[in-house]
Design a protein around this ligand. Structure first.
Ligand code: SF4
Ligand code: SF4
Length: 427
């Protein structure tokens, strides 16, 4: 392995102050330096210096134990871009070990990373099958019979969210601004949001329309590529980014609106993902500048608070990729506080990762379960009835954790609560 395979400038920015340690979920759980951001930066520095090899078991396990939540970035006084380091490490590790994968692992990776997320019809067909599984009674039967445990699918099946229907389709009719049109925007419908959580996409459309925004849903849009980036498949993520940029260039709109924190962070970083591609660099910059999380857009362009009362106690868990990667923390709270009757009860460690992190909860269930239990204990301690978030991964992780703990707290996206208040005022 050649020297300096990682950006030494990023590594050298770390002054080893340790201010990031307390915000790192794996350090909080394990309490050892190697499981901290500073520890992992030292490991990558040692790889650059030739004192460790990238493929050493200890190096690989630390790179994959990290949740890539970027909480360390948000608190680092030196501005160390830790996310870029861990993502490039995963890309290099996958390139090294991919040829040695067993047929089974290759098949799973091909289906999960390249199959489902590159063919929308396949993703929709899969979501539809899951819908039938849930609504036909098959799910009840599978759970009761114990077959899921026998097939070692119980943990994965527990994560299956309640699938919404109808799905939101790219190219479908959008939502027309009510009153004077302030802006025209394009909705990034997402793969999981537009199928499993299509109710959140529809709520987003209605909330934006209520606030003078016409919403289009451009055709030919794809998965954002976040899962591929986190799994070391940079080439796959770049392919998806190019397709999305081309699709949204067809839409003459001022903003690209996204309601999923992880996808939003990925879209805002297409400029970095394609910075080495002379044909796409400028197009990626133009695209990324237009991307806004829905709460960011509403706070930035102005919104009309609902007038109907929602008599609810709500606590807010911050998705890592909203709070740390996009640094959006006040806007969601502003929206929630604007709903009459809603009491926002802050939980402890609202921004500590819930353990979802793409497929981390399936690959590292021990740490992921400890993190979600901490999060839920903090949420439940507030006495709130609703746990609010803004990312499908967190949504799934929190609901699964609540189910496991047999707690009745509901999980909702911010726009679902706003939509509920607006709809109540109309009735
Ligand atoms: S806070 Fe930043 S500079 Fe300090 S140890 Fe962590 S990464 Fe290094
Ligand atoms: S990205 Fe998250 S888990 Fe990884 S080192 Fe930083 S704070 Fe820790």
């Amino acid at each position: 392995m050649a020297d300096n395979i990682f950006d030494q400038k990023i590594i050298d920015n770390c002054v080893r102050c340790g201010l990031c340690l307390a915000s790192c979920p794996t350090y909080v759980v394990k309490g050892v330096e190697t499981s901290s951001p500073r520890g992992r930066i030292s490991i990558l520095n040692a790889v650059n210096k030739g004192n460790l090899h990238l493929m050493d078991a200890g190096v690989v396990s630390q790179i994959y134990e990290c949740l890539d939540c970027r909480a360390c970035e948000a608190v680092c006084p030196s501005g160390v871009q830790y996310g870029k380091l861990v993502e490039s490490a995963r890309d290099l590790i996958e390139k090294e070990r991919a040829p040695r994968y067993s047929l089974q692992v290759r098949l799973i990776r091909a289906i999960a990373l390249r199959g489902l997320f590159f063919r929308r019809w396949l993703f929709v067909a899969f979501a539809f099958l899951m819908l039938l599984y849930q609504r036909s009674g098959l799910q009840w039967l599978a759970r009761k019979s114990g077959i899921l445990k026998l097939l070692r699918l119980a943990a994965m099946e527990e994560m299956l969210p309640h699938i919404d229907f109808p799905f939101v389709r790219p190219g479908q009719k959008g939502w027309q601004a009510q009153g004077v049109e302030k802006h025209k925007v394009a909705l990034f419908a997402g793969c999981i949001m537009s199928t499993a959580f299509s109710g959140i996409d529809s709520a987003t459309g209605r909330v934006l329309a209520k606030n003078g925004t016409t919403v289009e849903v451009p055709k030919e849009q794809w998965c954002c590529g976040a899962l591929q980036i986190h799994s070391g498949d940079t080439a796959g993520a770049q392919d998806l980014a190019r397709r999305n940029i081309a699709a949204f260039e067809q839409s003459d709109t001022e903003y690209v609106i996204i309601n999923a924190a992880g996808c939003g962070a990925a879209l805002k970083e297409y400029d970095h993902l394609l910075h080495d591609d002379p044909e796409w660099r400028e197009r990626a910059i133009t695209f990324s500048r237009k991307v806004r999380d829905v709460s960011e857009y509403l706070a930035e362009t102005g919104f009309t608070p609902p007038t109907a009362n929602l008599d609810l106690e709500v606590t807010y868990q911050e998705p890592c990729h909203l709070a740390h990667a996009q640094r959006i923390t006040s806007q969601p709270r502003r929206l929630l506080k604007a709903i009459p009757g809603l009491r926002l009860k802050e939980m402890e460690d609202s921004s500590l990762c819930c353990g979802s992190a793409g497929v981390y909860n399936l690959l590292n269930p021990t740490i992921a379960n400890e993190l979600v239990d901490r999060k839920l204990n903090n949420a439940l301690a507030t006495g709130a009835e609703v746990l609010c978030t803004a990312n499908p991964g967190c949504h799934i992780q929190l609901e699964a954790g609540l189910k496991r703990q047999k707690k009745s707290m509901k999980v909702r996206h911010i726009v679902q609560l706003l939509d509920e208040a607006y709809r109540k005022e109309e009735n």
